[in-house]
Design a protein around this ligand. Structure first.
Ligand code: ADE
Ligand code: ZN
Length: 337
């Protein structure tokens, strides 16, 4: 059982800008969907699945994560996955989300684009109606695959652009630099989509430069390796490029040995636009509140710092100025309470 969270953190209005929907698949739901869809898992029990979640690096995790996603087959499965996440958001006072999904993980198994999008979007609509949680959806290209495959995926997405707000880049970072995807990002930009990319998670600071210069991204996912390059830090501060940092993920994937070594608060103090996110909460031991909690426990995160981190999430989000204003007001009410 995870330890109870701090009351002031439970009440803090929160925003999630770096979250893979497939990474919210809890082992219990994995088993339920496997049974419903007649899929046999290589694990015998929920406990066995949880015990397997020990990773030495990003690739270790991805191997297990792609296996887990195989249980998602029908519209209802994508709905149930997304709905379970939205319930968690409601429980944790998350007011706005911008999740990723990985279409290629599913199209490669013959799952139609419409199946994924309609399940996810229906859950988002219900979440907005029932809980008031606003959303944007970002589809990621898998960077271990070719750029041609990414371009095919963008083509497949065309009929569904009313439900897709941006594109991102994820999966195995090392040896798959951003510039491999220059053309597909340029096409996505021309289609009016927002642009983000994972960079500087395991890969070097040079990948962050490349994501900015070759892909024209508006946000960097992770970006923690930026601190290796003082010139890059200056650029990120001056251009206010957001870095969507994921503390528990970084420790679980051994980017840092432990949470007390995490550099997020150093980055905040330097004036970088960092925010807190959960990445793949089912695999990394916690959702957004647990991420904030870990920062309090290991880095003595203060209420004032937590508020600054949420302010960064609000300014970095892809919502309208009106919605940003409403979210800032909620945060100000919280500050004064
Ligand atoms: N896909 C899901 N989580 C990821 C991460 N942390 N880095 C790269 N790709 C991912
Ligand atoms: Zn991620």
């Amino acid at each position: 059982m995870s330890k109870p969270s701090y009351d002031w953190l439970n009440k803090l209005p929160k925003i999630e800008l770096h979250l893979h929907l497939e990474g919210t698949l809890e082992p219990e739901l994995m088993f339920e969907l496997a049974q419903r869809n007649g899929i046999s898992l290589s694990y015998k029990s929920v406990e066995e699945v949880k015990a397997a979640y020990q990773f030495n690096n990003l690739q270790d995790f991805l191997d297990i994560y792609y296996q887990g996603a195989q249980v998602l087959k029908f519209e209802e499965d994508f709905y149930d996955l997304t709905w379970a996440y939205l319930n968690k958001c409601h429980e944790q006072n998350v007011i706005h989300i911008e999740p990723f999904f990985d279409p290629q993980t599913h199209t490669s198994r013959g799952i139609p684009f419409a199946t994924m999008i309609s399940g996810i979007s229906r859950a988002f609509d219900d979440g907005e109606k029932e809980f008031g949680i606003s959303y944007r959806l970002v589809m990621c290209f898998l960077r271990h695959l070719s750029e041609d495959e990414a371009i095919e995926t963008l083509e497949l997405a065309k009929p569904f652009l009313a439900n897709i707000d941006g594109v991102g880049l994820d999966s195995s970072e090392l040896n798959n630099p951003p510039e491999k995807f220059t053309e597909v990002f340029s096409q996505a930009q021309k289609m009016g989509l927002k642009l983000v990319a994972h960079a500087g998670e395991e890969g070097p600071a040079g990948y962050i430069w490349s994501a900015l210069d070759n892909l024209n991204v508006q946000r960097i996912d992770h970006g923690i390796r930026a601190l290796d390059d003082p010139e890059l830090v200056v650029r990120l501060i001056e251009t206010k490029i957001p870095l969507t940092v994921c503390p528990l993920s970084n420790v679980k994937l051994r980017v840092f040995d432990n949470m007390s070594q995490h550099t997020i608060l150093m980055m905040l103090d330097l004036g970088l636009c960092v925010c807190v996110n959960s990445d793949d909460p089912s695999y990394f031991g916690g959702y957004i509140t647990e991420n904030f909690n870990a920062l309090v426990d290991s880095l003595s995160l203060s209420k004032e710092q937590a508020i600054r981190l949420v302010e960064n999430s609000i300014s970095s989000s892809f919502v309208s100025e009106d919605r940003k204003f409403t979210m800032l007001k909620l945060l100000n009410d919280y500050k004064d309470s």
